[in-house]
Ligand binder design. Structure first.
Ligand code: ATP
Length: 322
């Protein structure tokens, strides 16, 4: 079945003077998924989200939402829920009145009272009564921001760092809310964060932004596939060794670019591999195991930048092909 993309960008670029805040970005977001845009502060996440939300114009490149290009989107006014930077919350009003203003502005028809209460219930703010938004906790403010973004029943919602600064309880609440939006309300969610782990187990796909460039895009399945334990073996006859190891039932054994044997998920089998090779008259020159967590690596590059010594990065690319 052909995949349906709700968001696609082609060469999307935003220049501020000579500086490219986002450069040649090609993103694809599938219908009904949670897509995590990950990158450290200043990487370019907000810039991309602002363009997709119609808040700023691309310098170059183009994008489409729901299969519609920029011009069509302007004409048809398809609702996209957006929470970027400071959400338009009036601090002297309670949650209900904040919602009421947006509901009126968006021209929501029917029982507006029921509509507002339904959304406040969904985000866990049904019981906040007269409490003014100005005295809300950060988590409550973020959830009100999400409720505001949901006015108009968008099928795509773009949330810029909604988890940033929340305490663990607040993170759990927003995570649950995002899962409900995806699973029950069938909303496609694009969410940014500077911490991959925050979206772990929740997002279905990830895009890694670094210095304005999309340096990697992968699914949760890819992530699991890429991380794990690896055993590297070098012998006097690696081709023969490959056959022996595969005969042991270790199918995930490959010859890497350096002509070394690389076996995935075999930490406890190291001795057996050695024994089988020796029994087949193969001389084992070297055998070593290494745990490779791609997640750790992404945390490192999103907080510190790509290291000068880029071997880990190259390695992750190779592993991705196994
Ligand atoms: P953060 O989480 O800190 O907002 P980010 O990944 O969202 O990070 P952006 O806000 O998109 O990053 O910024 C990307 C780069 O573009 C930064 O270097 C920023 O200083 C620059 N930038 C963003 N907006 C403007 C602007 N209006 N004028 C000039 N430079 C800008």
């Amino acid at each position: 079945m052909e995949e349906k993309y709700i968001v696609t960008t082609e060469g999307l670029t935003k220049m501020y003077g000579r500086k490219a805040a986002a450069k040649d970005i090609n993103i694809k977001i599938r219908e009904g998924e949670i897509y995590g845009l990950i990158g450290r502060n200043g990487a370019g996440k907000t810039t991309i989200m602002r363009m997709l939300s119609g808040l700023s114009r691309p310098t170059k490149g183009t994008f489409s939402l729901f299969g519609m290009d920029i011009h069509e989107l302007r004409r048809k006014n398809k609702p996209v829920g957006v929470l970027i930077e400071a959400p338009g919350i009036y601090p002297k009003m309670n949650a209900y009145d904040n919602m009421k203003i947006k509901v009126i502005a968006m021209g929501i028809k029917g029982d507006q009272d029921k509509y507002i209460k339904g959304l406040l219930e969904l985000v866990g703010l049904a019981d906040t009564g007269k409490k003014k938004a100005g005295s809300f906790s950060l988590g409550m403010r973020q959830r009100l921001g999400i409720a505001l973004a949901l006015v108009g029943d968008p099928k795509l919602i773009i949330l810029d760092e909604p988890i940033n600064g929340l305490d663990p309880q607040g993170i759990v609440e927003v995570r649950k809310l995002l899962a409900t939006m995806r699973d029950e309300m069938k909303i496609t969610v694009m969410i940014s964060s500077h911490i991959l782990e925050e979206l772990g187990k929740l997002a279905d796909s990830y895009g890694i932004i670094h210095n304005g460039k999309l340096i990697d895009e992968f699914t949760t399945e890819d992530l699991h596939e890429r991380s794990g334990n690896y055993t590297f073996v070098n012998t006097d006859d690696n081709k023969k060794a490959l056959e022996v190891i595969r005969k042991m039932g270790l199918e995930k054994c490959e010859l890497d670019n350096d002509n070394m044997l690389r076996i995935k998920d075999t930490l406890s089998l190291e001795k057996n591999v050695c024994k089988a090779l020796v029994e087949n008259n193969i001389f084992v020159k070297e055998i070593r195991s290494q745990t490779f967590s791609l997640e750790d690596y992404y945390l490192k590059i999103t907080s510190e930048g790509i290291p000068e010594d880029n071997t880990a990065w190259q390695y992750s690319q190779e592993v991705a092909q196994v």
